[in-house]
Design a protein around this ligand. Structure first.
Ligand code: ADP
Ligand code: MG
Length: 173
């Protein structure tokens, strides 16, 4: 049995896409903390935030992180998971943490191409490119701090998966 692999990074960096491909390559289970939270509460992220506020959402997010943590599992985390020190420490202590890093304009471009996935309310109502720029400026140091390895998420998904396997010295199942 192997430690869980946590994928961290801003919205659009590929946590879900890469997480699914990586779990297949390794023969691991795949979990997504946002998805777990939605199943557990029967509400969307936007609904939880609207009804209970961001603090309550963040507390539930921490619960989801703990609930999905298991051996031989790839875990896609919510983009804001690293904001809480308790989450950063938990991930570092319980598994291998990978930061999928891509510039804000790349993230914004991807998100603009999948508007249906914009489940999380924008904080500001400003253009998505500006918002992603600010998010990365605020969080880059937290992603870096939490991660054991940083991977260039602008590469094609197969390359990203390959690089993660190399970083962790893991072979395909
Ligand atoms: P996250 O879960 O981090 O928010 P997703 O996996 O949902 O990100 O990916 C967001 C969008 O970007 C999707 O449309 C996905 O197909 C695309 N995408 C993800 N990773 C890559 C990649 N390495 N190269 C090109 N497009 C990607
Ligand atoms: Mg996702």
């Amino acid at each position: 049995m192997s430690l869980p692999i946590y994928l961290i990074g801003a919205r659009g960096c590929g946590k879900t896409t890469i997480g699914q491909a990586l779990s297949q390559a390794l023969g691991y289970a795949f979990q997504d903390t946002d998805h777990h939270l939605q199943l557990a509460t029967q509400r969307s992220v936007a609904d939880i935030v609207a009804a209970e506020g961001w603090d309550s959402f963040r507390a539930r997010e921490t619960e989801s992180l703990r609930a999905v943590t298991a051996p031989d599992t790839v875990i896609a985390t919510g983009g804001g998971m690293v904001l809480a020190e308790v989450n950063r420490r938990f991930m570092r202590e319980h598994g291998q943490v990978i930061w999928l890093n891509a510039p804000s304009d790349v993230l914004a471009g991807r998100l603009e191409r999948q508007p249906e996935a914009a489940q999380r309310p924008t904080l500001t109502g400003r253009p998505i490119a500006e918002e992603m720029h600010d998010i990365l400026r605020e969080r880059a140091h937290l992603y870096r701090q939490a991660a054991h390895h940083e991977v260039n998420a602008m590469q094609p998904p197969e390359r990203v998966v390959e690089q993660i396997l190399q970083s962790l010295s893991l072979a395909r199942a």
